[in-house]
Design a protein around this ligand. Structure first.
Ligand code: TXA
Ligand code: MG
Length: 325
């Protein structure tokens, strides 16, 4: 499916209005959020939503997130009778937190892949919020990349993968957070972490207590939890998996957490954060992986990041990229 009318516009009042009209008329619009760029369609329009799956080559058993801009939307789409839900939304929305809740019939089955729950979030990005408000509907949106590939954190990343397949791309610069939202599921008495992401789990534990064990990482309810995902086009390995000789023989792109001396001269090197700051590291992660991937090296060799705070989400993405075969 090719769309010859593809347009890329800088975010402003006019382009956002045009984008909202596109959403209302069943089109596909890529737009910035604080985490990664989303590929959006009217969340109430099954036909429009089905185009998302077609364009991304995403399996239809992988449900989407509905993006809202006002709390009044929440009641239209999900059951809100949960202890702590109000507190959670007040504290973390808009922000990089996605909550999975029992869905109402207003949400078409294709959005939730037939599940009786649906994922919802309110993104912390002015362009996204304005687009959703003007569209007047929840916007169903996965990350704006081909299925299984690296998530886009700027408009060039989206254009590279989806140009000619979508109607409109709103360019809102770099995404501030740089990794996808944290996804949780709320049940009557417990909660579980489905995907670590831009909101630190520690912050959630402060409000909700400890999550239910067992369910989250082993049993992939959220296909974002499949062991492969977020994959660059070339293999990614960690330093400890490499021997000196291979490091010297291959053309290698190195991804470091903090800067440090290497025992070989790589073709390319990117440092996630000179100071070792997790927030800065997360915001650079996908951009640097894209840059290394495009540089023509044979292999990406990455340094492990301490698994604290946003380091957990960063390591989750790197582990998945490393398991791509
Ligand atoms: O930051 C983000 O979350 C970005 C921006 C665009 O909002 N979106 C994003 O969407 O990462 P996506 O489709 O790439 O990942 C959404 C994940 C998928 O792994 C999906 O399986 C899971 O959310 N998910 C959606 N609905 C679910 C449900 N009802 N139960 C469990 N997991 C669900
Ligand atoms: Mg994705």
């Amino acid at each position: 499916m090719e769309n010859r009318n593809f347009k890329r516009l800088l975010a402003n009042e006019h382009s956002i209005k045009e984008a909202s009209e596109m959403i209302r008329s069943g089109g596909l619009v890529a737009f910035p959020t604080e985490t990664v760029y989303g590929l959006g369609a009217n969340g109430y329009d099954s036909t429009a939503v089905s185009k998302i799956f077609e364009v991304k080559k995403r399996p239809t058993f992988n449900p989407l997130i509905l993006h809202i801009a006002e709390m009044s939307f929440l009641e239209q789409i999900v059951d809100t009778q949960f202890k702590n839900l109000q507190i959670l939304c007040e504290k973390f929305w808009p922000g990089p937190l996605t909550i999975v809740l029992p869905k109402k019939d207003t949400v078409p089955a294709i959005v939730s892949s037939g599940l009786d729950t649906v994922a919802v979030r309110m993104p912390d990005n002015k362009i996204a919020l304005q687009l959703i408000k003007e569209s007047g509907v929840p916007i169903a949106a996965p990350s704006a990349n081909m299925f299984g590939r690296l998530s886009p954190t700027n408009a060039d990343h989206v254009e590279e993968q989806l140009k000619d397949k979508i109607d409109l791309l709103i360019d809102g610069g770099n995404c501030e957070v740089g990794v996808e939202s944290t996804i949780i599921q709320i049940n009557k008495r417990s909660w579980s972490l489905l995907r670590p992401g831009g909101l630190e789990t520690e912050e959630l534990i402060e409000v909700l207590g400890k999550p239910k064990k067992g369910e989250s990482f082993d049993n992939p309810i959220a296909p974002g939890m499949l062991p492969f995902h977020y994959s660059p086009k070339i293999p990614l390995k960690f330093f400890y998996e490499m021997d000196r000789e291979t490091l010297r023989e291959l053309r290698i792109g190195v991804l470091l957490f903090k800067d440090r001396k290497l025992i070989f001269e790589p073709e390319m090197k990117r440092v996630l954060s000179e100071k070792g700051d997790f927030v800065e590291a997360a915001s650079n992660l996908f951009r640097y992986l894209h840059e290394i991937e495009e540089s023509g090296v044979d292999l990406i060799v990455a340094e492990k990041v301490p698994e604290r705070g946003l380091g957990v989400a960063i390591m989750d993405r790197l582990n998945k990229a490393s398991r791509n075969i």
